[in-house]
Structures are given as structure tokens and as C-alpha cells.
Design a protein around this ligand. Structure first.
Ligand SMILES: [Zn+2]
Length: 259
């Protein structure tokens, strides 16, 4: 290797577009106004492959936009973040490593038992190949119970990246399925609505067509955001009229936590 050879910088496709620094979408397609920043009944931890970090098509960060206590760590094979290891020891949480079932780790497979502890779902955020490598080669993950989704929907609604296998979901969809599995229907709905808005904006920008403002997902998120801002103005003790909002009373309690 010639040490003085000029290094050609890596330029991603579409890198000349001016992007929103938060959602990484083009300025015109920015989805930040729909960001809920609430709290789900589970906590999510993303171990992110470093290639994912600046990819605009990464859906892991949508989870963090919806639920502000989501933790994102860059994956390292041998040097996990100390904060990640602390979370695994935290008595408030029951950690679950989310991964498909496999013959050679049957003894680690568990099902959600509705325990008192808040579930801590660890998601391996990368391509399927990267996730498999992360799962197999990180010694600090070997002792963790592994949980898989009960029944995968027939196909992903995410079309920006090709799934390697049919039925394979993107990271945000997996998180929404996990919330539905533990009974947090509102959390799942919020995440899927935000994901739909992301999909719509990403595709509209790519095809240079106008944004669809009539999507039910946008209406749903706006209602929640208005409700959250009302709660903020009136104080958290106020009882909110839920008649027009198609969410359960539990959801209203959840909304009160929205910042
Ligand atoms: Zn944005």
C-alpha cells in the first residue's frame, strides 16, 4: 500500500441532498414533526452495526424517535459499552435477546411470561448476515435468554430494502410486533404509524412526488401530539376527554408520559 496515495472519500448515493440531521431524510421529507418521544411498556436496546449508523434507510432509529428511553450502542465484538453491560444487570429489567429460533441454542429460547419486570428487548440492528455474526460472535450475549416473535406476518411492509428471506421484518417492525406481543397495543400502533410516515416520505422524496398529507397514520400521530401538548399545558393531573381519540384509557395514561 502506498501511504501517500490520495484517499478517495466514500460518497453515498444521494449525499448531495441536504438532509435533516435528526431523521436523515431530505429537508423536504423531514418527519421530525411527527416524533412522539413517549415511552413504551418495554425498553429497547439497539446494538447497531457501524454500517447502519448513517444509512437513511435504517429503521432502528425510528424506535428511538417514538420511545425516548431507547438506547443505541454501536456493536463491538469484544468491547461492549459499559452502559450496555450495566443495563443487563439492572434489576428493573428482564433482558431478552431478540433473534430467530435455532437448534443449537434451544436451551436459551424463552417465551414472554408477563413478569413484573419491564422487558428489555435487545435488537441486533444490521443486515441479516451482520445480525447473525453479532449473535454468534459476541461472547457477552451468550448467556442471555433468546426470544423470537410468535408468528411472523407474511411479509414486511418495508420496501426500501430487499428482505433476504420472505417474512423477514425490518427493525422497527420487529419492535412493533414485540410491543403487540406483550400487550402494548398503543405503543405498537404509534411505532407503526411513524414507520408508515417514514416510508411514505422516503419514497415520495425518491420519486420526487408530493407528500401524502391525508394518511391516517399522520392524523393519528398528530392527535397524540396535540393530546400530549394539552397534558403539558393543563398539568399532568388533568383528566383528558378520550371520546374523540380511538385509544384506550391505558393509552391516555401512557400519553401523560409523553414529553
Ligand atoms: Zn427531520
Amino acid at each position: 500500500m502506498n501511504p501517500v496515495a490520495p484517499v478517495k472519500p466514500f460518497i453515498a448515493r444521494g449525499s448531495r441532498i441536504e438532509r435533516c440531521p435528526r431523521c436523515l431524510l431530505g429537508q423536504r421529507a423531514c418527519i421530525c414533526e411527527y416524533k412522539i418521544a413517549g415511552q413504551a411498556e418495554a425498553c429497547f436496546v439497539l446494538l447497531m452495526h457501524h454500517n447502519e449508523r448513517f444509512k437513511p434507510t435504517n429503521t432502528g432509529r425510528l424506535i428511538a424517535d417514538c420511545f425516548s428511553d431507547t438506547k443505541i450502542f454501536e456493536w463491538s465484538r469484544t468491547e461492549p459499552a459499559p452502559e450496555f453491560l450495566q443495563l443487563l444487570q439492572d434489576v428493573r429489567y428482564q433482558p431478552y435477546l431478540v433473534f430467530p429460533e435455532g437448534d443449537d441454542y434451544q436451551h436459551r429460547m424463552v417465551t414472554y411470561d408477563g413478569s413484573q419486570k419491564r422487558p428489555l428487548f435487545i435488537l441486533l440492528d444490521g443486515t441479516w448476515r451482520q445480525a447473525r455474526r453479532m449473535f454468534r460472535h459476541s461472547s457477552y450475549l451468550q448467556g442471555l435468554p433468546v426470544i423470537t416473535l410468535p408468528e411472523l406476518p407474511s411479509s414486511s411492509r418495508y420496501h426500501l430494502r430487499k428482505a433476504v428471506e420472505p417474512g423477514q421484518l425490518c427493525t422497527a417492525e420487529v419492535a412493533a410486533e414485540l410491543l403487540a406481543m406483550i400487550g402494548d397495543g398503543v405503543g405498537a400502533e404509534v411505532l407503526m404509524a411513524y414507520f408508515e410516515v417514514f416510508n411514505e416520505h422516503y419514497r415520495a422524496a425518491r420519486l420526487s412526488r408530493p407528500l401524502n398529507e391525508e394518511m391516517p397514520a399522520k392524523g393519528f400521530l398528530k392527535q397524540l401530539l396535540e393530546l400530549a401538548s394539552d397534558v403539558e399545558h393543563k398539568g399532568h393531573g388533568t383528566i383528558i376527554d378520550q371520546a374523540d381519540l380511538h385509544v384506550s384509557p391505558e393509552a391516555a395514561a401512557g400519553d401523560a408520559r409523553v414529553q
